[in-house]
Design a protein around this ligand. Structure first.
Ligand code: F6P
Length: 330
């Protein structure tokens, strides 16, 4: 029979994302609901190695539901990648009497969780990254907020680009995935969107689309580039060389990772936090809490890590069809 869980730790690891605090709060409150004590581990896996913790009593998680960032801090730990580092982390769990760990983050966080579970510590994972690139879950905490932040910034850029009849090249985050770029590009009506999932043909995907937009009457252009698809500075330079435009380049950067989480991120984070702790309370562990077709499911970590999520390319086709249609198509 499974050992009854009396005390758990919760940590945030990897790149932060808006809504992580909402998940931490939900974990702490759900633990309280089920009569489980909750300890916050600060600075991710490194904090577990260093026994860097805070007791998550009621007042600590009060008023954090709508706050960006993570009150637990976050880090990427090299030491946790080593056997010795993980042994120290297990020693902390024993010292603090932690019967389980809820790890909030991305794939790197879950790989750490899997290693820890192999050393006998029960773990549950919660997917949180603005990239939305975690295979096992349709949705990851922070994506909606990051999209809305980028949309708001590009709307502002558009005002000034429109006044000056300019071309704007905007780089958004997404090292390996174009979910953010494509979603944002569709939502702002970008002239074109460059994503890592689609090999860029500069003539077809950029030059021709800007020409089409101009022929259709546009006098300002918005090019959205996912960081994994190329550098906005290079794209701006090539547009200048090919079309004689004088683009203005904006790299949105880490602004996309901050800000108050949207309703969707707060609500999803709260549900995921609840499910993670309820699994512990009911004697289950070793899974990632995922959203699949709108419902919450538990997927064993190893299986979750092996799952791949591909960007629905129909969305790219939709962007191509609607954003800068050719005037001579019919
Ligand atoms: O994984 C989330 C993410 O924001 C990526 O989109 C981006 O490439 C990366 O993190 C940036 O990481 P860092 O905070 O280390 O600069």
């Amino acid at each position: 029979m499974e050992k009854k869980i009396k005390r758990i730790g919760v940590l945030t690891s990897g790149g932060d994302s808006p809504g992580m605090n909402a998940a931490v709060r939900a974990v702490a409150r759900t633990a309280q609901h089920f009569g489980i004590e909750c300890v916050g581990i600060r600075r991710g896996w490194q904090g577990l190695i260093n026994s860097d913790f805070i007791i998550l009593k009621g007042e600590v998680v009060r008023h954090i539901l709508g706050r960006g960032g993570t009150i637990l801090y976050t880090a990427r730990s090299e030491e946790f990648m080593t056997e010795k580092g993980r042994e120290k982390a297990v020693a902390t769990c024993k010292m603090l009497g932690l019967d389980g760990i809820v790890a909030i983050g991305g794939d790197g966080t879950f790989r750490g969780a899997l290693e820890l579970s192999r050393l006998g510590i029960p773990v549950m994972g919660i997917p949180a990254t603005i990239d939305n690139d975690i295979g096992c879950s349709n949705y990851t905490i922070g994506f909606d907020t990051a999209c809305n932040t980028a949309i708001e910034c590009i709307d502002k850029l558009r005002d000034t680009m429109q006044s000056h009849e300019r071309c704007s090249v905007v780089e958004v985050m997404g090292r390996h995935a174009g979910f953010l770029a494509l979603y944002v590009g569709i939502a702002v009506g970008a002239t074109c969107v460059l994503i890592p999932e689609h090999e860029v043909n500069f003539e077809e995907d950029v030059v021709k689309r800007i020409q089409n937009a101009r022929l259709a009457g546009a006098t300002h252009f918005t090019i959205v580039v996912a960081e994994g698809a190329g550098s906005a500075i290079d794209i701006g330079q090539r547009i200048h060389e090919s079309l004689g435009l004088d683009p203005r380049v904006t790299v949105l950067g880490h602004i996309q990772r901050g800000g108050a989480p949207t309703g969707r991120d707060r609500e999803t984070a709260t549900r995921m936090g609840y499910y993670a702790v309820r699994a512990f309370a009911e004697g289950r562990s070793g899974s990632v809490i995922c959203t699949q077709a709108g419902s919450i499911t538990e997927i064993p970590i190893e299986e979750a890590l092996a799952m791949k999520k591909s960007l629905p390319m129909i969305r790219y086709e939709i962007m191509e069809a609607i954003s800068a249609p050719g005037v001579f198509n019919n």
